[in-house]
Design a binder for this molecule. Structure first.
Ligand SMILES: Cc1cc2nc3c(=O)[nH]c(=O)nc-3n(C[C@H](O)[C@H](O)[C@H](O)COP(=O)(O)OP(=O)(O)OC[C@H]3O[C@@H](n4cnc5c(N)ncnc54)[C@H](O)[C@@H]3O)c2cc1C
Length: 498
């Protein structure tokens, strides 16, 4: 039996940032992680000497003085992280089919100017859109470094959708799809994605876009080092399987190896559905339990990890979002026979100045349904039929990538891949959901969780609270820790660091 002030379940970015704040504030914190590697989807792995990111590929608003930079300054990260700025004129490139014309996203006001060059007749629509993005981001207090007691997008930005909004400013379908061309970064669904989700995420990358030189695992490593320096405990291979109660409060959690971790407060960094599955049914009201179990998740994804032959495939310092067809909105409606209709392609380098890429990380949407028949299998033990399924999907995926990079096959050394099952088993997120719960403008309250739960000494943190992504999860961790140390006090400490 071990006793702590606070036990945090899961060492994803949200769990670690919350642990950082609380241990810095003097609490005796313990983080329990089920996997061998810490960090959730910040983890990296290596194949043929190429380091691949599993989740975080680039971060936004990281120029000095911008939102993420300011928060990371508080977390003591800005001096430690090894990052590289993506091209300012084309940090993201949107392309269609085998067309030679590409649409580049540029940083700052150049974003709008460049788009106007592609679509001169749409100047008004583009400026309207660009102003809207700025207006929405500026109106969000915690993103904007103004104190607010809660995460509070304006009602109109939560209850209206980006797809519908774009139709009100332009009838040009190509422009609409260029503006939502990077929707993989929020698993955009045209019938669900609220305008604020699109705006906050896109605006943060338009502010500035960086990638990690030696993998995003740096984030977890640095945070863990600090948590331990503050006296905190971070343990791997500790899968929490049960929450045990004394009256209305959790008394301890039990890990798979039978150890018990007692605490005054517990914070779950894992999906709310999985969290409440581990809580005795009578401890929460039926209506709340049902609500948690019925939330909709974002779609899952299929990932190709390509290693290239030496000095073969030229590196470029941008991300490519490629659409085979004419619509970027395929998350919920892709056609199996045409899969994949859309993908994100990220070249990787061994050293930041290398002329050639050593690999590429390419991913596309995939519904969990496609791998449902292997749902009761575990990693490396899914059988031959599953291997054949993956082989077929790898080939199909490469055919689609050839539309954009016609000679890609000749550069390839090896291909590795992961499916929604891999995602489910690594993150513990039901259905292998890419970004956890999907935000839905039709039913905003149903798809939004505050850090506070119906269990008095249980809080939530991570992508299922405020918003997924590094910026969203970071602000979420401040809100969660603020429930314990006082948000106004914490926020003033963060502001002092700027
Ligand atoms: C493919 C992909 C690409 C992405 N690209 C970007 C990007 O470029 N930029 C960006 O900003 N964001 C990106 N994101 C989103 C971002 O990575 C996530 O929103 C964020 O990292 C989620 O952090 P988290 O702490 O909420 O959860 P997670 O990282 O999911 O962490 C949860 C942790 O809990 C652990 N756990 C689960 N169950 C248990 C249990 N029972 N006991 C103990 N531990 C448990 C898991 O093993 C995991 O370590 C991407 C995500 C994906 C999947």
């Amino acid at each position: 039996m071990q006793k702590f002030d606070i036990v945090i379940i899961g060492s994803g970015l949200g769990g670690l940032q919350t642990a950082y704040i609380l241990s810095k504030e003097g609490y005796n914190v313990c983080v329990l992680e089920k996997n061998h590697q810490f960090g959730g989807v910040t983890q990296n792995f290596v194949r043929d000497g190429v380091k691949f990111d599993t989740g975080i590929h680039y971060i936004g608003s990281y120029d000095k003085g911008q939102t993420l930079y300011n928060y990371f300054k508080y977390f003591g990260l800005t001096k430690k992280l090894d990052v590289k700025k993506l091209n300012t004129n084309d940090f993201d490139i949107i392309s269609f089919n085998n067309e030679n014309k590409w649409y580049n996203y540029a940083n700052g006001n150049e974003f709008a100017n460049q788009l106007i060059e592609y679509f001169p007749k749409e100047k008004n629509a583009i400026l309207k859109y660009w102003n809207k993005l700025q207006e929405i981001s500026d109106s969000l207090p915690l993103f904007n470094f103004e104190y607010s007691p809660k995460f509070s997008p304006r009602n109109k930005d939560v209850t209206s959708g980006i797809y519908d909004y774009l139709k009100t400013i332009t009838t040009n379908k190509r422009l609409q799809n260029v503006l939502t061309g990077s929707n993989m970064i929020y698993a955009g669904d045209k019938h669900k994605t609220p305008i604020y989700v699109h705006s906050v995420i896109n605006k943060s990358y338009i502010d500035s876009a960086y990638k990690f030189n030696d993998g995003s695992e740096q984030l977890a490593k640095e945070l863990i080092k600090s948590i331990r320096e503050f006296g905190g405990t971070v343990l791997n291979k500790k899968e929490v399987v049960n929450f045990s109660f004394k009256d209305k409060e959790i008394e301890f959690v039990e890990t798979k190896d039978g150890e018990l971790y007692y605490a005054n407060k517990f914070i779950s960094n894992i999906h709310p559905r999985r969290t409440f599955e581990m809580i005795p049914r009578e401890k929460v009201r039926k209506a709340f339990y049902n609500r948690v179990q019925s939330v909709n998740n974002t779609i899952s994804y299929y990932n190709l990890f390509i290693t290239f032959k030496e000095k073969s495939f030229k590196y470029f310092n941008s991300n490519v979002y490629h659409i085979n067809g004419d619509t970027s909105w395929v998350a919920s409606s892709y056609k199996k026979e045409k899969w994949p209709q859309y993908f994100m392609f990220i070249p990787t380098q061994k050293h930041p100045n290398d002329e050639y890429a050593n690999g590429a990380n390419v991913f596309t949407y995939m519904k969990f349904d496609e791998v449902l028949k292997w749902k009761n299998t575990t990693i490396e033990k899914r059988g031959d039929e599953y291997k054949a399924f993956k082989q077929k999907k790898n080939d199909q995926f490469l055919n689609a990538i050839e539309m954009r990079f016609p000679d890609i096959r000749k550069h390839i050394k090896n291909i590795y891949s992961s499916s929604p099952l891999t995602v489910r088993d690594y993150t513990g997120c039901n259905d292998g959901a890419m970004y956890g719960i999907s935000k839905d403008y039709n039913n905003p309250l149903h798809s939004y969780f505050t850090p506070k739960t119906k269990v008095p000494n249980l809080l939530l943190t991570g992508q299922n609270t405020v918003l997924h992504g590094v910026v969203g999860v970071t602000i979420g961790s401040v809100l969660t820790a603020g429930e314990i140390v006082g948000l106004e006090y914490l926020f003033s400490k963060i502001k002092k660091k700027i």
